[in-house]
Design a protein around this ligand. Structure first.
Ligand code: ANZ
Ligand code: ZN
Length: 818
């Protein structure tokens, strides 16, 4: 009989389902939730999904065999723009479209043999789920962490909705690539900025420490963009106004350069405020401001090379020298950052320097350093800075802030690039924001309002959740930018929960990132009708010990989930303050041509036909075998053929009964024990590729020296996480076991057997062979390094040199680069 994955895979998938093999059981063993990012219901899984789901699945099965009680859940991120836009295009409703996709994607996921626990399935567009998304909103609102305020937003004119900063890529909408506009709207927001400090601090020691890729941590740090400095006050001399009546505050990270501040620059928005309140600006200034306000932040920053600006004719009084310096308005100063005004120090800041040169403004050097660059931007030593002359920048920063503080002219300040999270969306396919607007209550004195512009908003009582999304025949976005829910007349009108008068529902829906910010919590108790999750159940599984997903979620999703966790923690709803202790990112699978897959390039690989052609086990092992998990790879059919041959050889050995009557032999036993040890370590370290090569080496040995039934059984066990279908076929149908191989324990290895064998390890320095050392097989890289570095011959050669790199090819060779 030939190895025929098409024939056996469906059979075992049905068998596993029938026996509920993958359902999480309460075994009393150590609990482990393995979380793999749930997919958007975009219609079709991408071959790249198989990379994640194959490798994560191997890990899940490995953990189960290693005595963990594993919760490996799956769900669908079902709300959002992609589904809604697709529904419009396909002339159907988002609900139907999403249902259909979920069905289809479920089939796909089963076809790869994934060991998900389907009994805990989550669909974020299901009222039983979004009831709790709304409940979380209400909790955050109670705590003042959800509020409503006027804000500058990114507006996509094509999708007709607000976008978070994170959803704007190079000035364009992440989804449809249309250039994004700026609008001022009143929106619901989450106060993520009140957690800005801990969101940075908890990434790394001493305060925290997450086992996450450095790139991901760095991306979060940059996104939050904490910068420490001072807020400094400059009194203003405005024409026609008494001196000192008005003042401007600036934010700087370099108070040490204050004696070099030769002018102030304020943002057009701030000048506009002055014009609106107290100051009659010259015509040219007015013109400049009006013009600037039309540009987006991005345009303003892009034009960094070509600085524009104009002298306002206002003067500022330097708080330490009393000197009068001009105040300019220029759009390179952004209103959304710091105070929207800066002290310009052209001698030590690149942008200020360009501006000063263009407009012929004074440049005054106050810091000197080791080199003499045209403009010196580093820390150095102060000159021409009054009593602070001679101090280092670091000392001067402290002393200058202190001095300004004594005169009430300045104080230390931290600034963040992070803005509050705008969660209002003017689109149909999302969870309605559970608030009600009441005109009557709006007239009452300010009480429990939703922030500065939340007057008159009353929360929907918890008992009335969920606020169900109304059915709408025409759910397309409106031209006026209002949410389509405003057209659901019957749904809109409600009694005010506070005064009982006539009121209207909030019509904005929530950003889908709210849905996905807490889904891992729901997995612990997905059917609970009374609570979002029972405390005891959360305790069992959370925080998540391992989360597998993509780089594209470095900032948005991972940051939002951390924020929501911290917010719920501050409300005593959850007992942990970080959701994901370890994170592993997968690489991207490119088309066969090495380019990103896209329909227009015609290089899209269809996952279903590949699974059909090669079988799920081949696809799974292929992905595990590619190389390090976090790298990008091109789809390569040749490597699939190689894997297919490997599994064929395993199958033939079993099918021909080659183990029957075979005696235990030392070579195979040794190879088996070595493989168990190495695969155990490799999988733990997410080195799936070397684990697969161990399996292949072991199969070679089995073919060469033979294997008795015991040895062969153990081999099939360690193969089973990688090729679950083939392993089950051999285990049950060939070897006549009564229960699934996936209920077996991971085999242990025998140290004694490993110790018998010695390996001659080649030791190179800079690629030249220097020594041959006898070592035990299967030592860890650290152990090998220790042995090599302490060998007499090598010690002599590397004395006084620095080792740049220690390369180790297991059981073969080491190379020291010095
Ligand atoms: C004086 C100074 C002297 C500055 C110097 C820098 C170097 P980060 O690190 O990003 O926080 N700045 C402040 N607010 C700004 C705004 N709204 N738009 C544009 N620029 C702004 O950068 C802080 C520095 O960026 C601040 O420190 C300020 O320039 C500028 F030798 O003040 B500095
Ligand atoms: Zn009312």
């Amino acid at each position: 009989m030939k190895y025929n994955p098409q024939k056996i895979e469906g059979k075992w998938q049905r068998y596993w389902k029938g026996k509920k093999i993958h359902e999480t059981k309460d075994t009393g063993k150590k609990n482990f939730m393995l979380l793999a990012e749930f997919p958007y219901t975009s219609g079709n899984l991408h071959i790249g999904h198989w990379f994640t789901y194959s490798v994560a699945d191997i890990f899940a099965r490995y953990l189960r065999m290693n005595g963990y009680n594993v919760l490996y859940p799956i769900g669908f991120d079902a709300f959002g723009l992609p589904a809604e836009n697709a529904a419009i295009k396909n002339k159907t409703s988002p609900a139907l479209w999403t249902k259909k996709n979920i069905k289809r994607m479920t089939k796909q996921i089963i076809s790869i043999g994934a060991a998900f626990d389907w009994s805990r399935l989550i669909d974020t567009s299901d009222p039983d789920y979004y009831k709790w998304t709304q409940w979380i909103f209400l909790k955050l609102y109670e705590k003042g962490l959800a509020y409503r305020d006027k804000t500058q937003v990114n507006w996509c004119p094509k999708d007709k909705t607000v976008l978070a900063n994170e959803q704007v890529v190079n000035g364009c909408c992440e989804r449809c690539d249309t250039p994004v506009e700026q609008r001022e709207l009143i929106q619901w927001m989450f106060r993520i900025t009140s957690f800005a400090d801990v969101l940075v601090d908890d990434l790394n020691p001493p305060a925290g420490g997450l086992d996450w890729p450095e790139t991901t941590k760095l991306a979060q740090q940059n996104w939050i963009g904490r910068s420490e400095g001072a807020r400094i006050k400059f009194n203003l001399d405005m024409p026609g106004q008494p001196e000192g009546k008005h003042f401007a505050e600036i934010f700087t990270t370099r108070p040490d350069t204050i004696f070099g501040a030769t002018f102030l620059v304020v943002s057009p928005e701030l000048v506009k405020k002055w014009m609106d309140t107290s100051w009659a600006a010259p015509k040219e200034v007015e013109g400049y401001v009006e013009n600037s306000l039309k540009k987006t932040d991005l345009q303003r920053q892009e034009e960094a090379g070509e600085k524009t600006g104009i002298n306002t004719q206002i003067k500022a009084i330097h708080p330490l020298t009393g000197e009068k310096i001009p105040v300019w308005v220029a759009d390179y100063v952004l209103s959304g950052y710091g105070t929207g005004a800066i002290m310009a120090v052209p001698a030590h800041d690149e942008r200020d320097y360009q501006f000063a040169k263009k407009f012929n403004l004074e440049v005054k050097k106050v810091i000197i350093g080791r080199d003499n660059k045209e403009i010196f931007t580093d820390y150095g030593v102060l000159i021409d800075s009054g009593e602070f002359t001679g101090l280092s920048s670091q000392e001067a920063i402290k002393k200058i802030i202190q001095k300004l503080g004594e005169n009430n002219m300045g104080r230390p300040e931290k600034n963040f690039r992070l803005h509050d999270w705008i969660l209002s969306r003017q689109r149909y396919w999302g969870a309605p924001i559970p608030m009600i607007y009441c005109k009557e209550c709006a007239r009452l004195p300010a009480g429990r309002t939703g922030g500065p512009d939340g007057q008159g908003y009353v929360p929907v009582p918890e008992k009335d959740l969920p606020v169900k999304l109304p059915k709408l025949n025409d759910f397309k976005p409106a031209e006026d930018g209002k949410s389509p829910l405003a057209r659901a007349a019957g749904w809109l009108k409600v009694k005010c929960p506070s005064c009982g008068g006539e009121a209207e529902r909030e019509t904005d829906t929530m950003d889908t990132f709210v849905d996905s910010s807490w889904y891992f919590i729901r997995y612990t108790d997905s059917d609970n009708k009374e609570e979002f999750a029972e405390k005891e159940k959360m305790k069992k599984w959370l925080p998540v010990p391992m989360y597998v997903g993509g780089q594209e979620h470095n900032t948005m999703h991972l940051l939002y989930a951390r924020f929501v966790t911290k917010a719920l923690n501050s409300l005593n709803i959850v007992e942990f303050s970080e959701p994901f202790l370890s994170r592993r990112n997968h690489g991207v699978i490119m088309g066969p041509d090495g380019k990103r897959m896209s329909k227009s390039r015609g290089n899209v690989v269809d996952p279903d036909s590949e699974v059909k052609k090669y079988g799920a086990d081949v696809i799974r092992i292929n992905f595990a075998f590619l190389g390090p998990f976090d790298q990008d790879y091109s789809w390569n059919p040749n490597s699939l053929n190689g894997i297919s041959r490997f599994l064929n050889r395993v199958w033939n050995f079993a099918d021909k009964g080659n183990y029957i009557g075979a005696e235990e032999n030392k070579e195979t036993l040794r190879a088996l024990n070595k493989a168990i040890k190495n695969i155990t370590d490799d999988v733990k370290d997410f080195k799936f590729n070397t684990a697969v090569s161990e399996l292949m080496i072991l199969m070679n040995t089995i073919e060469k020296y033979g294997a008795d039934i015991g040895t062969f059984k153990t081999f099939i066990k360690i193969l089973s996480p990688f090729a679950p279908h083939l392993a089950e076929e051999i285990w049950i149908d060939v070897l006549k076991n009564k229960t699934s191989i996936h209920l077996e324990a991971w085999p242990e290895y025998d140290e004694k057997l490993l110790a018998q064998e010695k390996i001659n390890l080649v030791v190179q320095i800079n690629g030249k062979i220097k020594d041959l050392i006898e070592v035990k097989p299967g030592l860890s890289e650290e152990e090998i390094k220790e042995i090599v570095m302490t060998s007499d011959k090598i010690k002599k050669q590397i004395e006084g040199k620095t080792i740049k790199k220690f390369i180790y090819i297991r059981n073969k060779l080491t190379n020291l680069v010095i």
